[in-house]
Ligand binder design. Sequence first.
Ligand code: NAD
Length: 465
Amino acid sequence: MKSASPSHPSLRIVVLGTGYVGLVTAACFARLGHRVTGVDADAAKVDALRHGVVPIFEDGLQPLVSEQVRLGRLGFTSALDRALPGADLVVVAVGTPPAPSGATDLFALHRAIDDLGDAMPHSMTVAIKSTVPVGTTDAVHQRLRERIGRRGLDWRVPVLNNPEFLREGTATQDFLCPDRIVIGAPSADDAAVLDAAYAPLTARGVPVLHLSTRSAELCKYAANTMLATRISFMNEMADIAEATGADIEEVREGVGRDLRIGPAFLRAGIGYGGSCFPKDVGSLRHTARTWGITPRLLDAVAATNDGHLRWPLRQLSAAVGGDDGLGGLRVAVWGIAFKPGTDDIREAASGIVLRGLLDGGAHVQAYDPVAMPNAVALYAGEPRLRWCASAAEALAGADALLLLTEWPEFIGFPPERAAAAMRGTRVFDGRNVLPAGHWAAAGLELHQVGRPVAPALSEAPLGAG
Ligand code: NAD
């Protein structure tokens, strides 16, 4: 990996917001040879980082942060005014959560811009890495100028848009080896400092696309909503497959081999979740309506997804729910994180499924290899929910198993052990990752999304109901 060198000068960079994106950005820019200070309004988070504790689970991030801190290239503070002197570039990576209306809540961004305008000791480039609706970067540019103007100053401060495309679970790798870097700027001059920040990557061939600020903003939403659309499209195909007796996995193979389509993001399952897709689809729908456009396709993408998040509940009720609904059932749940490789549970399918199970009267035994600490507080005081120490423990005496997150340890779990531990035989694989033949051969009835049910092929072991 190339880092800053005499041909790539080292910059002083401040990253505002050290959440999933900000912390990865700060650590990776340090890895590229820059001197980086991460600033966060959350003093406890800063304190943890200063003590070498990375407060999120993200593959490879802890060692990278430790290494860069040890090398003296990365530090953390909650005092913005102490971080800014000498900075060339400020990267803003604060959260932009959804407001109840579906609009994007820009409170944290506005706060960050105001703080910057008050504390900036000299002119520097500002890059908005948070995902923001089209027009926001121009608007905050104006806001920043006004804020600086209140101090009687008239600096030229370039404000750019630099959307981030990293995926949680592979975030550092995605940042350091991206498919492309997108920079939205009014002019090439404005982009010069950000270009220099990415120079070690562009020098080894990573393409950088210079777009208008608004195109860069929309590009981020277009990418995420395109991926969400592919997921919902395949989920609708899975519904049709389920109803007609086709197998969506065979369909996926046949479709994905078409070079015009390609194989990525064609997996049927229980829908998308996480902190980005639901929020970004919602935000773009809101933007469209604000501009007088009815986003029919995006509305359908969201509706299909809402339906699929409930697939495990629907299937379970249809298969085992009697007059009492789910009352009295003991259900094992594997996976709480919205996807493997992260402890992020924001908008995860598990939220809807756990709620549905508990409201339906089921007893739940749940396990996730890393995300449980984030979930425990959310479900405190639920007497019928038990957090388990292992995948095996979650299965003990269960009438059914629901797989919600495709962690490798679930995919590789021996089905004979599952059959021996469970009381019932029904398994609902919401990610289509369990090898159907093996699970059926172990005496378990495997339900997968958009696939014919794989009936148990042998007698369930003694004790299995
Ligand atoms: P996050 O909630 O994990 O982190 C945001 C951080 O900003 C928090 O630590 C918070 O304390 C801090 N913060 C809020 N206001 C602040 C202020 N005024 N000054 C300093 N710090 C402040 O959010 P995230 O998941 O890292 O997402 C950040 C942005 O990046 C969002 O716009 C998101 O849509 C976008 N994004 C996220 C991902 C992802 O995978 N998480 C990927 C691409 C883009």
